[in-house]
Design a protein around this ligand. Structure first.
Ligand SMILES: O=C(O)CCC(=O)C(=O)O
Ligand SMILES: [Fe+2]
Length: 355
């Protein structure tokens, strides 16, 4: 289905103070959607800060207004590329980017819905998605495979600036959380590298999305199936946040206590906090007694094995995935395995030419 044909998300603003109805909708649809739940002015200020960093990093066409987010196609990159992490880390250092996840507007709502204190997970996420780089679009998935902890955890996705359909906002598969379990995911080149095929699980085709306005918030639990739409705009970056919330005291996977993408390029909270004006929201999670669980690694290990298999069959997506891992994590076990597989493939094909 083309993005333009996907039906609208159900808007819940008129029920903001009717918690029973909001819970009923969350149970029924597997998401809640609010127009301008978050302060648009605050988000536009954040947009300016984030895009100014991207401009300084060379991602925007020189001389353009950062607010327009006009990407320089020569600098295209995505999660998993070292060039992405360089600029992403600088964006990630912005105090305002972290602070927004603690906005009372969102916390009050989630606490009323869950009926308890909710903790924003330390690992905040921004997506900085280049136009016309559509093979890297976030594939169809459930958040549990990436973020783990409790299946009841809630993701809040919000665009930083308007995000009409062609910019590639989020789409959710209505009611898909009712599958009640984590489904089998496979390798995909898109962000997160994991993809689930709804048609293999007897799920409906009821995708929902919208032309997002600044301040809009889409909230869904960790089992709801969702994906990003491709950014098919002529030249605009899509900028969005996806932050996650859990019951205070619920278990948390260890990697969620680290800055996002620190597994790809190691870095620490000390580095993130280096330029902050004060210590508000630094290490705040230490006040909550959340047991820490080791990350379940088999989802990503399976993706790696599938990418290796595809690469051996000559598939360029599998090859690109291995190449990225080998380049960015040369010293890690997986980085070395990726380099070895690529070398084996290359020597086998060189052998074939000689034969
Ligand atoms: O924004 C994206 O491309 C992916 C976001 C996502 O998957 C999420 O918010 O859970
Ligand atoms: Fe997700």
């Amino acid at each position: 289905m083309e993005s333009a044909d996907i039906p609208e998300l159900r808007v819940s603003n008129e029920f903001r103070n009717d918690i029973d109805e909001l819970r009923r909708r969350l149970d029924e649809d597997g998401y809640l959607f609010f127009r301008q739940l978050l302060d648009p002015d605050r988000l536009m200020k954040l947009r300016h800060e984030m895009l100014s960093v991207m401009q300084a990093g060379g991602w925007l066409v020189a001389g353009t207004d950062p607010m327009d987010g006009i990407a320089d196609p020569d600098t295209r990159c995505t999660e998993g590329d070292l060039g992405y992490t360089d600029v992403y880390h600088k964006v990630y250092k912005l105090q305002s980017f972290h602070a927004i996840a603690h906005s009372r507007k969102i916390l009050d709502l989630l606490e009323e819905i869950r009926g308890c204190t909710m903790m924003p997970q330390p690992q905040k996420v921004a997506r900085l998605w280049f136009p016309k780089f559509t093979e890297h679009t976030t594939p169809t998935h459930q958040d549990f495979v990436h973020f783990q902890g409790s299946e009841d955890n809630l993701t809040c996705w919000t665009p930083v600036g308007a995000c009409p359909r062609e910019l590639g906002g989020l789409a959710v598969l209505r009611g898909s959380h009712k599958v009640g379990r984590v489904l089998q995911h496979r390798f995909s080149l898109g962000a997160g590298s994991l993809h689930v095929e709804p048609s293999e699980h007897d799920l409906s085709d009821e995708w929902r999305t919208t032309d997002y306005q600044v301040g809009d918030a889409l909230i869904f639990p960790f089992l709801t199936i969702h994906k990003a739409l491709p950014n098919v705009s002529a030249d605009r970056l899509r900028v969005s946040l996806d932050n996650r919330y859990q019951r205070a005291g619920d278990p948390i996977a260890d990697h969620m206590l680290m800055p996002h993408l620190s597994s790809m390029s190691p870095w620490t909270w000390e580095e993130v906090y280096a330029d902050w004006q004060d210590d508000a929201w630094q290490y705040y999670w230490r006040a909550y007694a959340s047991p820490v669980w080791p990350k379940i690694t088999h989802y990503m290990e399976q993706a790696f094995d599938q990418a290796a298999e595809l690469a051996r069959q000559g598939d360029t997506r599998g090859r690109l995935h291995l190449h990225r891992i080998a380049t960015r994590d040369a010293m890690s076990e997986q980085g070395q395995a990726a380099a070895t597989i690529l070398a084996e493939i290359d020597s086998a094909s060189a052998g074939r030419v000689v034969d």
